[in-house]
Design a protein around this ligand. Structure first.
Ligand code: 2BA
Length: 110
C-alpha cells in the first residue's frame, strides 16, 4: 500500500479529482499554501495499492499538463526587513504537479 501526495494548482483540482474518482481511487483534498508564492494550492492524498500508483500518476499528469514559466512580483528583501512597497520580478515554473509517493506501514478502516 502506498500514499501518494500530489500538490496541484487549484485550477486543476476538479479535473484531477474527477478523473481519479472515475477510476475508483479514493482521494482526500487538502487546501494548502505554497511556501514560496504564498498562494493557495491543493494537496491530494491518495491511498492505493502499489500496482495502481503508476496509473494514478498518469492521470494526474494528463489532467495537470506541463509546467510553464511565469513571472511573478515578489516582495523585495532588503537586509532582514521585507518592504511591502517594493517588488521584484522572479521567474517561476507553475502548473504540472509535485508528487511524493510513500510507503504505508498500516492501513485500517474501523
Ligand atoms: P510554492 O512553494 O509556492 O512554489 C511555486 C513555484 O515557485 C515552484 O513550483 C517553483 O517553480 C518556484 N519555487 C519554489 N521555491 C522556490 C525557491 N526557493 N526559489 C526559487 N523558486 C522557487 P513547483 O516546484 O511546481 O511547486 C509548486 C508547489 O508545490 C509549491 O508552491 C509547494 O507548495 C509545493 N512543493 C514543490 N516542491 C516541494 C517540496 N520539495 N516539498 C514540499 N512542497 C513542495
Amino acid at each position: 500500500m502506498k500514499l501518494v501526495y500530489a500538490i496541484v494548482r487549484k485550477d486543476n483540482e476538479d479535473e484531477v479529482v474527477d478523473a481519479l474518482t472515475e477510476e475508483r481511487y479514493s482521494v482526500t483534498k487538502l487546501s494548502t499554501t505554497g511556501g514560496f508564492l504564498r498562494k493557495g494550492n491543493t494537496t491530494l492524498l491518495i491511498g492505493t495499492e502499489d500496482e495502481r500508483v503508476d496509473k494514478a500518476i498518469e492521470i494526474i499528469k494528463r489532467e495537470c499538463g506541463e509546467s510553464q514559466k511565469i513571472t511573478v512580483n515578489m516582495p523585495y528583501m532588503s537586509g532582514n526587513a521585507i518592504s511591502h512597497y517594493t517588488t521584484m520580478p522572479v521567474a517561476v515554473e507553475v502548473g504540472g504537479a509535485t508528487i511524493f509517493v510513500v510507503d504505508v506501514e498500516r492501513y485500517e478502516k474501523i
